[in-house]
Design a protein around this ligand. Structure first.
Ligand SMILES: Nc1ncnc2c1ncn2[C@@H]1O[C@H](COP(=O)(O)OP(=O)(O)OP(=O)(O)O)[C@@H](O)[C@H]1O
Ligand SMILES: [Mg+2]
Length: 269
């Protein structure tokens, strides 16, 4: 089984034929679950609706959306509505029997709401603010995915979790993919993004160990840092390999599996 996380930029510039063809080939030999991102599209639609989006930085340097009540509604509409359905329609048009769902459906992903957030302000001072509607994933119940996969469907999951008080919570799509990979005991997780992998200084890394991924993490910039964190978490819960690769090339998944596209993070070296 392979978990494929598809970044927002991969399907924004028109849904990509090379990716669809490769995906169909992979499906002949392997089971697949797709998780999508799309944060930039959420920001764009929110601002069109007159809701300015605010981003905050944690003391560890991780930047994330500040999700108040209105924002979580827009986030849910755009992720589970517009983006999820666009991907499902695209897959169907290539003959892939896709089903869209979010982490809410079948209580697939449960998370606990962060009641308080510690952030670092522009002057570098730490502040405690109201947590809003972001969640830390506490449990994945992949039964609904198993039912779909066993019956020939390809699930397409939006990064929304069910909170402990029944609320919708914004969860990071990379980490949600990592947790799903662990819960489904997937062999591999592939993150398709808009760059050729993890860059350290001038060069893109080819193959690194879990230990090395932990060491380089502080040197990785926003966006990519979450993929490295999600890869570390996935490997810690038993996934063998995490590959962070470019989704905009020919045969992106086949190339990633052969070690020709992207950075491989392996638990075995
Ligand atoms: N060290 C690094 N190596 C590679 N990319 C990096 C690095 N540091 C920062 N980045 C940035 O990370 C970006 C990828 O993350 P980003 O969150 O933008 O995309 P995504 O996760 O594919 O999309 P989405 O968030 O919509 O799911 C790259 O476009 C790049 O600009
Ligand atoms: Mg991202």
């Amino acid at each position: 089984m392979i978990i494929l996380k598809v970044g927002g930029d991969i399907f924004r510039g028109g849904l990509n034929q090379a990716l669809a063809n490769d995906l169909k080939k992979i499906l002949e030999a392997s089971k697949l679950v797709i998780v999508h991102g799309g944060g930039d599209e959420v920001t764009e639609i929110a601002e069109k609706l007159g809701k300015k989006q605010i981003f905050v930085t944690s003391p560890e340097g991780i930047r994330s959306r500040y999700t108040d009540e209105e924002t979580v509604e827009i986030y849910t509409m755009v992720m589970a509505g517009r983006i999820n359905k666009a991907i499902v329609r695209w897959l169907l048009s290539y003959g892939v029997l896709a089903v869209g769902l979010s982490g809410i459906d079948g209580a697939l992903i449960t998370a606990s709401r962060k009641k308080k957030l510690i952030i670092v302000d522009e002057r570098g001072r730490k502040r405690v603010i109201e947590g809003g509607y972001t969640g830390k994933i506490v449990k994945v119940n992949p039964q609904i995915l198993r039912i779909l996969i066993e019956n020939g469907y390809v699930p397409v999951v939006s990064p929304i979790a069910l909170g402990e008080e029944n609320e919708c919570l914004n969860v990071d799509s990379d980490r949600a993919a990592g947790q799903l990979a662990g819960a489904l005991k997937a062999d591999k997780i592939i993150f398709l993004t808009d760059v050729p992998g993890v860059r350290l200084g001038e060069k893109y890394l080819k193959r690194i160990s879990l230990g090395c991924a932990r060491e380089v993490l502080p040197k990785i910039g926003p966006g990519m840092d979450k993929k490295v964190i999600a890869s570390i978490e996935a490997l810690e819960i038993g996934v063998r390999e995490a590959i962070i690769a470019c989704g905009l090339v020919d045969e992106p998944i086949t190339g990633a599996l052969k070690g020709l596209n992207g950075t491989v993070i392996s638990s075995e070296i």
